[in-house]
Design a protein around this ligand. Structure first.
Ligand SMILES: NC(=O)C1=CN([C@@H]2O[C@H](COP(=O)(O)OP(=O)(O)OC[C@H]3O[C@@H](n4cnc5c(N)ncnc54)[C@H](OP(=O)(O)O)[C@@H]3O)[C@@H](O)[C@H]2O)C=CC1
Ligand SMILES: O=C(CO)COP(=O)(O)O
Length: 307
């Protein structure tokens, strides 16, 4: 296998898992963390691929720092973050691309609960870019018998699948926490996917992308797994804990909490109908109880399934 030099930014759960996958494939891998001893400049030296697994709140800051280091024009930037920037409503790949307009940017996203990947359980993911050769390079660097990597030409669609499903995963945690049953869960996930497509189309994402691994695939994984931090937030809200209590003890980042706020702001500006996301927002704000949110959704005006 061709040896590639990969610099991974962020030594959280997902950064560490991706580093291990890349090392196992024989790549030269360096990991940067703001808490570590190595400088960003040293870790980026000679990198063919710079992969960011930084949580949303740190992406802009780190991308700006790298701008001043003028990386080689061949460097491929890969983003594995699943969130939205509140001030600009940019996705992480849009931030990277705006900071590095002449570099290829690749999105890596899929049903990839890091704890399962750390146990070497099989998983699949998607690497998406407008630059097909860049996606192929990343595919080759990460593909193995336990991690199957597909390419895709719709980066924003792939990225939004991973980002938008986090809000539905919170709702799914509530659904299971209230013991609403399998029919309710199926309805929630299916109508959640409809909301994801509706929002995604505003960004110009392709509808079909949401029916792939990075959309439906990741939706199924996170809506059905207690390993998902977003699911855990919903489950614990259903148990009567406050958001502040839950976040204080949550292991790592639940991006869906901030994503939900950004989506509601966008939907209100652009008249997009996203009732599940609206109810998750109201629940996170403490404006409704889980039972009230459920009643609001069930008692909406009756309508055709598609319109
Ligand atoms: N865990 C998973 O299963 C998966 C996670 N993701 C996505 O990957 C992203 C990271 O998730 P995860 O690793 O689980 O989260 P963690 O909370 O475990 O790690 C977040 C990482 O981001 C770093 N970070 C945050 N803010 C800054 C900043 N301002 N400057 C530098 N570094 C910063 C943290 O550094 P520090 O430790 O110093 O705070 C940490 O290394 C999220 O967007 C998540 O949705 C995607 C797929 C799977
Ligand atoms: O995105 C993920 C799996 O694909 C991880 O989900 P959580 O961030 O909810 O843990």
């Amino acid at each position: 296998m061709q040896e590639t030099t990969i610099s991974i930014l962020g030594a959280g759960a997902w950064g560490a898992s991706l580093a291990n996958l890349a090392i196992a494939n024989g790549n030269r891998v360096r990991v940067w963390s703001r808490r570590g001893s190595e400088t960003l400049s040293a870790v980026l030296q000679g990198a063919d691929i710079v992969l960011s697994a930084i949580s949303m709140k740190g992406v802009r800051e780190v991308a700006s720092q790298i701008q001043s280091l003028t990386p080689s024009p061949e460097t491929i930037f890969v983003t594995a973050t699943k969130g939205l920037e509140p001030e600009t409503i940019y996705t992480p790949s849009q931030i990277w691309q705006s900071c590095f307009p002449h570099h290829p940017v690749v999105v890596l996203s899929g049903p990839n609960l890091s704890k399962e990947i750390d146990q070497s359980l099989p998983a699949a993911t998607v690497v998406a870019s407008r630059v097909a050769t860049a996606a192929a390079t990343v595919q080759l660097a990460f593909s193995s018998s336990r991690f199957r990597v597909y390419t895709n030409p719709d980066p924003v669609g792939v990225e939004l699948g991973g980002t938008l499903k986090n809000v539905i995963a919170i709702a799914s945690g509530v659904c299971d926490g209230l013991h609403l049953g399998t029919n309710a869960k199926a309805a929630l996930v299916t109508r959640g996917l409809t909301e994801m497509v509706r929002i995604g189309n505003c960004w110009g994402a392709k509808t079909e992308t949401f029916y792939g691994l990075s959309g439906l695939g990741d939706l199924l994984a996170t809506c059905n797994s207690p390993l998902s931090r977003n699911y855990q937030v919903g489950y614990q809200l259903a148990g009567g804990e406050t958001l502040a209590q839950i976040l204080a003890k949550l292991p790592g980042t639940a991006e869906g909490v901030n994503t939900c706020q950004v989506l509601v702001q966008l939907a209100r500006q652009q008249n997009i109908v996203i009732p599940i996301t609206e109810q998750v927002y109201r629940l996170l704000q403490g404006e409704v109880t889980p039972q009230q949110a459920l009643d609001e959704l069930m008692l909406r005006d009756i309508k055709p399934e598609y319109n």
